[in-house]
Design a protein around this ligand. Sequence first.
Ligand SMILES: [Zn+2]
Length: 296
Amino acid sequence: MFIPLSDRVGYVPGGTNIGVIRNDDSHVTLIDSGLNDTIARKVLRSVRDELGSEVVAILNTHGHADHFGANAFVVKRTGCEVWAPAIEATTIQHPVMQPAMLFGGADPMDALRNRFLLAEASPLDGELIAGKQRFMGTDIELVALPGHSPNQMGMLVDGVFFGADVVFPRAAIEKYRLPYLFGLTDHLASLDVALTIIASAVVPGHGPHAESLDELVELNRETIERTLDCIRDVLRTRATSDDICARVFTVLDVPVSDAQGYFLLKPTINAYLAHLDRIGDVLCEIVDKRALWSRR
Ligand SMILES: [Zn+2]
């Protein structure tokens, strides 16, 4: 079901929200494609039946399977172009990079080779660069929002801001407690950027659209502060990153019960540790062949 938010822009809500930009009466550009073929079929039907249009391009916000997993299907059905930010573009074309990154840079174990982490490879027509540009006849401002992923971009079109995963909705935070992050330092700066965007409506990657991102930025910041406090507290005594994971997941009541849950969040804890190291709060020493973290 297409939800219009301006004359030219709306979205199809779902597990991942799919942005729809009407370039003219017959052509649309999608922002992200969704997790799989089932979702893509729904989006294509909505574009054809409700708007009488065909998809001519997909702009991906970042290289996570739930945002680009249906690219290949949509391209096969429509012959559309695919554009994505650098780095994210690599993952989209070589999806094994996502589970490999989660698995410490190694050949990912089979438990991580599922559709949520390993999508079908997408073709790519070009890389997106931040800034204002005209794309398929429509003015679009690409806003760099790195942190959740290395080079995530939000998109401002016709007064509507598509924020990708710079924030997570309240329901997801209440359920998962600790949202995935690639880099905390960049992410904190991106939350500041998200607050400066002037838009009549905002569409996060997940959850309902809103008038602004202010409330969600505040909620996401609180979650980060709570996690930072928890890690600082754990590091009153020296600990390995595995020890830190176990303590933080327990204290914050993070629902980690399988390999996917664990390996998704271990890098997130590393992202926090890298940030704390960068601001001089913690120290990493190699002792007895183990990496031990402590407060400075
Ligand atoms: Zn994501």
